[in-house]
Ligand binder design. Structure first.
Ligand code: S3P
Length: 440
């Protein structure tokens, strides 16, 4: 589905952020592991989450859609997740496959995990190594890629582990395996990452201890734990809100509000950057929902200045660099985003894909060894961006087109549905000239 965008009038209006992808995945996985019933509201009904839901059904849970974003999950509880009859196709979802493998390792269970072209190119050893150290058996394609066959006797040993990369997915896979492991599993995180797994473990009745040691988070979970079904109200996704926020910041005359945005500090690094660049990004009406603080964010068009992004902020904005690079493309001066090597193993090599996105549209951009340097100015546009099956590259390119002198096209917009299925509708509602498919 080739899609495009063109120079836009001022954006205006009030829209809601779609449900958070990280919390949506976790709600399906936790609900399936728990005993009893879990009611989920506000679920992101994106392709990634639907893949996770169907995998959890293949593992034994009963999941029923009861309304828009509303689901009931009858968990496996004491019976436990079961070896499936089919291969577990996790689609495009890195979070889905890594967390599900972690969860399954805690049970007596054997399964084969597959995914699409993008997911099949991503490294899995980062979670297979600690799961093997706990006693699971795993075979993978070269370089630890999918398909993976993971086999466990359900008798894992607890682990004391410091992940070699700052990754919430690695932390979460180990914690989910630890739920059904006798003894204390301890994870040390020198750089704190998103803490949704810890929060959800608590909401499902587990005791998770988090302490600080020499600036690191030390997370401790004693298993086995019986998770109990509960209600999960999924807050809006700051990583999706990011596209609307940057669109309004860079399109002259814009004034919008994005409601229901989760403000968990492990996720808000982009908002700090945009504010430092001189952007009017003002969260208001703070309240609590589903155990997270949420707010409505008021955004007005602003003249932006380039910044150097502190590398320590990377974990709190790891998915937001492509859209920050778009803001940097119109900012005065140079923006440096460095020490972000992890971007090379996301849905695409996001350093290369972001550099190509900007260069293709006439922006002054340089690929660094582990980062990106952008000098802002007038955006020529006119490029056709290769998205590499990466939803965030696709959306970032379309936002750039709103301020480019010539239309910006992408080779494929279908992947946007993995995280933001209503993207084209919401952007159109705000007044942006984005066109899904060639026909419109
Ligand atoms: C996620 C963690 C991040 C992020 C991904 C979602 C999660 O990955 O990029 O989109 O829900 O735990 P890493 O933990 O590998 O950095």
């Amino acid at each position: 589905m080739r899609s495009s965008s063109t120079l836009s009038q001022a954006l205006s209006g009030t829209v809601s952020a779609p449900g958070d992808k990280s919390i949506s995945h976790r709600s399906m996985i936790f609900g399936a592991m728990a005993s009893g019933t879990t009611h989920v509201t506000g679920l992101l009904e994106g392709a990634d989450i639907l893949s996770t839901a169907s995998v959890m059904q293949a593992l034994g849970a009963t999941i029923t859609r009861t309304g828009d974003g509303a689901y009931t999950i009858e968990g496996c509880g004491e019976t436990g997740l079961q070896s499936p009859d089919v291969d577990l196709d996790c689609g495009n979802a890195g979070t889905g496959v890594r967390l599900i493998m972690g969860a399954c390792a805690g049970y007596k269970l054997r399964a084969t995990y597959t995914g699409d072209e993008s997911l099949s190119s991503r490294p899995m050893n980062r979670i297979l190594d600690p799961l093997r150290a706990m006693g699971a058996t795993a075979t993978a394609e070269e370089g630890g890629r999918l398909p993976v066959i993971l086999d466990s006797d359900g008798q894992l040993k607890p682990l004391t582990y410091t992940p070699p990369v700052a990754s919430a997915q690695v932390k979460s896979a180990v914690l989910l395996a630890a739920v059904n492991t006798v003894g204390v599993t301890t994870i040390t995180e020198p750089i704190p990452t998103r803490d949704h797994t810890e929060n959800m473990l608590r909401a499902f009745g587990a005791k998770v201890e988090v302490t600080q040691k020499n600036g690191a988070n030390v997370i401790r979970l004693e298993g086995p734990v019986t998770l109990k079904g509960t209600n999960v109200n999924v807050p809006g996704d700051p990583s999706s809100a990011a596209f609307m926020i940057v669109a309004a910041l860079i399109t002259p005359g814009s004034d919008i509000t994005v409601e229901n945005v989760m403000m968990n500090p492990t996720r808000t690094g982009l908002f700090d950057c945009l504010t430092e660049m001189g952007g009017h990004v003002r969260p208001t009406n703070f309240r609590k929902s589903g155990g997270e603080v949420i707010s409505d964010i008021h955004v007005k068009y602003s003249k932006l200045n380039g910044i150097t992004v502190p590398p320590a902020r990377a974990a709190s904005m790891i998915d937001e660099y492509p859209i920050l690079a778009v803001a940097a493309a119109v900012a005065k001066g140079t923006t440096i985003m460095d020490d972000i090597g992890e971007l090379r193993v996301k849905e695409s090599d996001r350093i290369k894909a972001t550099v190509a996105l900007l260069a293709e549209n006439g922006v002054d951009v340089t690929e660094l060894e582990n980062g990106i340097k952008v000098t802002g100015g007038d955006v020529a546009g006119g490029g056709v961006v290769v998205t590499h099956h990466d939803h965030r590259i696709a959306m970032s390119a379309l936002i750039l087109g709103l301020v480019a002198n010539a239309p910006v096209s992408i080779d494929d917009g279908a992947m946007i549905a993995t995280s933001f299925p209503t993207f084209f509708d919401v952007m159109t509602e705000l007044g942006a000239n984005v066109m899904a498919g060639e026909a419109r």
